[in-house]
Design a protein around this ligand. Structure first.
Ligand SMILES: [Ca+2]
Ligand SMILES: [Ca+2]
Length: 504
């Protein structure tokens, strides 16, 4: 079988001109997008085609939103934060500001501070959001030297809202609308085909109120139309109302990051932000060196002390960051697919039609947190680089490579359809680095993201060109391949692509 890669590179008389995308029926109705078509259907040479990234939403066959297509618009993001309790919400918000160009930040809503019972008074603290946005405004001219799309601080400040200082179902219903709940309705009502990503860093009371209001005013059909515009990622069900939300408001696209009942709550997916894996990357020293000191007024606000033991350093926690990582277009994931995994962790669908924590195996460890910490060396490097952007010139800082996969330069997942026993050609040719850095490559199979459980062979997994051997017993399964393209800058930055191989 080792001669096959060679055969891949050899052009046959059946080669279809590069760049053409056409469906070719081969054998028993195998669909392939041809760039390289091997006679005899031994190798369909399927060049992957883009999936409709971020397009569909809704559940149980509910009609989806229009496809966002290639080079999707920036994800529309709403943050509900209990800022003012555990200082890790400030940490998550500071990191989000460094990535603000990747989103259309539609709302920064201060919900009830702290987790229930933590603070003596019921309060929301939007001024803590404003403080961070204002610090962002000071480094904004420098950030804009490094990337396009950073919003003005004024635009963000206009989107800072206050929610309900009280929490729980007793504070949902008539008379409980808040500035925050009204804002959620207003944003989702805007005539925009893209879903609204709602990340819940604290309680869900204001979201529940928004849903209640829409259902009360518009009835069941109006509610359904509204609900399918939303994608929700909830950190920990802090207001203890998630089951009521699911019951009263069916059909929501809802990810709940939370340890299973009866387990220690620190087992949850999102705790992989700071627990497990290489914990040296969350140390006081790391944060001081790369965020807090010498990185300008935004980094200087980064709190150095957070709550919840055991936290190996009690410094970086950012328990809420995985919620927006999930929607960040890294090239790894697709917000329509929580089961695929990415910086925001990996989830599995449940009989109730929602998504709950799933486990990844990394080395000898199998754990829900591993689905986040496995990416920590990469996401910390990106954070480090972006904090450099706050102060350094373009020439002094690093910028991530552009990972091109099988000729596609977007960050969308690609799909290849390939028969059992065939080969899928994989190429990162055309990848580049904006700083001219040297690139290295890694192809690997993300086993848990797919449905094939056996071993899958990849030829030259550390080269720009690779090929995947579709196992003979993989019919009906999906195999997920990740491409990592890493530069040799300081710090080294990794960009990703995903190829979903579907085996008919
Ligand atoms: Ca929080
Ligand atoms: Ca670079």
């Amino acid at each position: 079988m080792l001669d096959l890669p060679y055969r891949f590179h050899r052009r046959s008389p059946f080669v279809i001109a590069e760049g053409w995308h056409m469906r070719v029926a081969a054998g028993a109705g195998i669909l392939a997008i041809g760039v390289l078509l091997w006679p005899g259907a031994r190798c369909v040479g399927a060049l992957a085609r883009p999936l409709p990234a971020g397009g569909e939403t809704g559940m149980d066959g509910a009609p989806g939103l229009a496809s966002t297509g290639p080079a999707a618009a920036r994800p529309r993001l709403i943050v509900l934060t209990d800022i003012g309790g555990d200082p890790d919400d400030q940490q998550s918000l500071i990191r989000l500001m460094a990535f603000a160009n990747e989103f259309e930040i539609e709302g920064l809503i201060a919900s009830a501070s702290g987790t229930p019972g933590e603070l003596r008074r019921a309060i929301t603290q939007p001024q803590l959001i404003r403080e961070i946005v204002e610090a962002y405004g000071k480094v904004l001219p420098n950030l804009r030297q490094h990337a396009e799309g950073y919003p003005s601080a004024e635009d963000l400040l206009a989107r800072v809202k206050s929610g309900n200082p009280q929490r729980g179902w007793d504070h949902v219903g008539d008379g409980h609308d808040t500035e925050g709940s009204r804002w959620i309705v207003q944003v989702a009502d805007r005539p925009d085909p893209h879903p609204v990503s709602v990340t819940i860093w604290g309680g869900q009371t204001d979201l529940a109120q928004a849903l209640w209001r829409v259902k009360a005013d518009r009835g069941e059909a109006g509610y359904r139309d509204f609900a399918r515009r939303l994608r929700i990622y909830d950190i920990g069900d802090q207001d203890r109302i998630v089951e009521r939300i699911w019951k009263e408001f069916p059909g929501l696209f809802y990810i709940l990051g939370q340890a299973a009942r009866g387990k220690d709550r620190r087992e949850a997916v999102y705790r992989g932000m700071y627990l497990g894996g290489d914990e040296s990357l969350t140390s006081r020293e790391w944060v001081n060196t790369h965020v807090r000191e010498g990185h300008g007024p935004l980094g200087a606000l980064y709190p150095m002390k957070t709550w919840t033991a055991p936290n190996p350093h009690s410094t970086l926690k950012e328990g809420d960051t995985p919620s927006w990582f999930y929607f960040l277009p890294t090239g790894l994931g697709d917000p329509a697919h929580p089961e695929w995994g990415g910086w925001g962790g990996r989830f599995q669908s449940t009989p109730e039609g929602v998504y709950r924590d799933a486990q990844d195996t990394v080395g000898t460890v199998t754990h829900a947190r591993a689905s986040v910490w496995r990416w920590r060396p990469h996401f910390q490097s990106h954070f480090q680089a972006r904090m450099d952007w706050c102060m350094k010139s373009r020439a002094e800082a690093n910028h991530a490579p552009i990972a091109v996969c099988n000729g596609d330069a977007t960050r969308n997942a690609l799909e290849a359809v390939a028969a059992p026993g065939s080969w899928v050609k994989l190429t990162a040719a055309g990848s580049s680095d904006p700083d001219g850095h040297k690139l290295s490559y890694r192809w690997w199979v993300y086993k848990e993201a797919g449905t094939y459980r056996g071993e899958v062979k990849l030829v030259t997994p550390d080269a720009a060109e690779s090929a995947l051997a579709v196992p003979g017993d993989a019919a009906g399964k999906e195999i997920h391949v990740i491409l990592e393209v890493t530069d040799d800058g300081a710090p080294p930055l990794t960009s990703y692509r995903r190829v979903v191989v579907k085996v008919p």
